[in-house]
Design a protein around this ligand. Structure first.
Ligand code: EPZ
Length: 445
């Protein structure tokens, strides 16, 4: 059913813990300069929503530039559990959702919060959805109240009982919705539901992330009528007839590109990354320049170069176009090497500093008080055995491993593989000494 582009196979997150099988680890020998070119994959946080939006039509959809990562495989499981047919061929994903039923498969939903994005399309198309409450999350409470309030405003009756969310709507009706905060997922879910509602919906205080524009463009390619994405007011005119199929190429992943740029900045050397959409990366690029890294842009290519000597920064995560929370852990790891004290404030999530304990194990001098981390550099990081607690924490440990003396062994690769397509392979190709060790007894799918 699915075939990835090469030898890399993502380890999948297990429902209910790690199990007993020996899991792969990543081994890094740090302090090597990086030189060469790295191809940036398609954007995880766009493609997952486009996959959900494919449920709006009975016609075949083709999504190109799809990254081969755990979360995409998981979303395929969600869509197939709903009755859609999916085929991943290299980086092209074919989805045909001819006949659907409203109950999403529990295990796949519990593994990935983004599964909640099927609610809007299913309510819009079938008038019904039943989905398990999304699971707890290592980065803090992540309620879905804004998704549900918005769907209720569109006329859905939603019942939360026995760990499930059950929604019904004879026909969704366009409405004025004012989000209490600019939630990315709620904005997207409501755009998808409103695309097939009666009349016009206006979403105010909408999220402005580039991935929202992808959802707009995708729906419009299907025959929908959405405008305003990228601003804080989105207007969606529901279409009466059925939406059609689409052939769509997803944008490059700005967070993967940012992570690789941070790796290049901390190691020193000379790395080019492409394709990137530079407007999506302006604040990350600006912070790297402020830290003293060399940064150049040439069309769709970002070049990061220098000697790895960095200055401290003040960073505050914020909704787009502010500094992305999804880059905060990697930058904290980088700043352990900066010559001075950095202050990093996390405003989006209540507990997105889990990587700090593991970084301390490697010798980092970081104190956390609530949502503020004080990173005292420069630290001589030394390789250690560490464990990733979530996707971006895993990426932060890779950054630290590249900067550390000696060997770092990272456990919990299922988190890294959720969102990075063969990160180790990409870094090894530009000179990092990094290998995945797969214990022979571990049956990796
Ligand atoms: C998306 O999550 C991304 N995930 C996250 O990326 C990213 O961190 C986040 O946006 C912010 O940029 C995907 O796109 C799949 P939100 P999402 O709704 O949509 C609160 C990564 O590492 N909130 O904007 O879930 C919530 O608790 C991941 O790639 C409510 O209170 O983000 C959080 O504090 C992790 N009620 C804040 O808003 C709601 O109903 C931001 O959430 C919804 C959200």
């Amino acid at each position: 059913m699915t075939a990835g582009p090469g030898a890399f196979s993502p380890v999948r997150v297990q429902c209910g813990g790690h199990g007993t099988a020996a899991m792969p680890t990543l081994s890094i020998e740090g302090r090597r300069q990086l030189r060469g070119h790295i191809r940036v994959s398609g954007a995880k946080n766009a493609v997952l929503k486009l996959m959900a939006a494919s449920l709006l039509t009975r016609e075949p959809c083709v999504i190109r530039n799809v990254p081969y990562i755990g979360d995409v495989l998981n979303m395929i499981e969600v869509l197939e559990g709903l009755g859609a047919r999916c085929q991943l061929d290299g980086d092209v994903l074919y989805i045909e959702a001819r006949d659907l039923h409203p109950e999403a498969p529990r295990d796949a939903v519990r593994r990935m919060r983004a599964s909640i994005q099927v609610m809007g399309p299913l309510l819009g198309r079938l008038g019904e959805v039943k989905i398990a409450q999304p699971g707890g999350c290592a980065i803090g409470a992540r309620p879905v109240d804004l998704h549900l309030a918005g769907l209720r405003a569109l006329g859905a009756v939603i019942d939360e009982r026995h760990g499930y969310i059950h929604g019904r709507a004879a026909k969704l009706q366009g409405a004025e919705i004012h989000l209490d905060l600019p939630s990315v997922g709620a904005t997207e879910n409501l755009m998808m539901a409103a695309a097939v509602a009666d009349g016009e919906t206006v979403i105010r205080n909408a999220a402005r992330e580039p991935e929202i524009i992808e959802v707009q463009n995708f729906i419009n390619c299907m025959g929908g009528r959405v405008r305003g994405a990228g601003t804080d007011t989105i207007r969606i005119r529901g279409v009466a007839g059925p939406l059609g199929g689409v052939d769509y190429t997803v944008i490059p992943d700005r967070i993967e590109a940012g992570t690789l740029a941070v790796c290049a900045a901390v190691c020193g050397g000379d790395v080019t990354l492409s394709p990137v959409i530079i407007e999506h990366m302006e604040i990350v690029a600006a912070k790297l320049v402020e830290a003293g890294a060399g940064v150049e842009v040439n069309g769709e290519t970002l070049r990061v170069f220098g000697d790895g000597v960095l200055k401290p920064l003040h960073i505050r995560s914020q909704p787009y176009p502010g500094f992305p929370t999804d880059m905060q852990p990697q930058v904290v790891a980088m700043l352990t090497r900066a010559l001075g004290t950095s202050i990093v404030t996390e405003t989006i999530y209540s507990s997105r500093f889990k990587h700090v304990d593991e970084l301390r194990r490697m010798g980092a001098d970081i104190t956390v008080d609530g949502r503020v981390a004080v990173v005292r550099g420069p630290c001589r990081l030394s390789g250690a055995r560490v464990e990733a607690s979530d996707l971006r924490a895993a990426a932060a440990l890779v950054v630290a491993g590249l900067a550390a003396e000696g060997e770092t062994v990272i456990e919990g690769l299922e988190h890294l593989d959720r969102g990075y397509e063969d990160l180790a392979g990409k870094l090894a190709a530009v000179g990092a000494k990094i290998v995945r060790r797969v214990p022979t007894e571990a049956a990796v799918p």
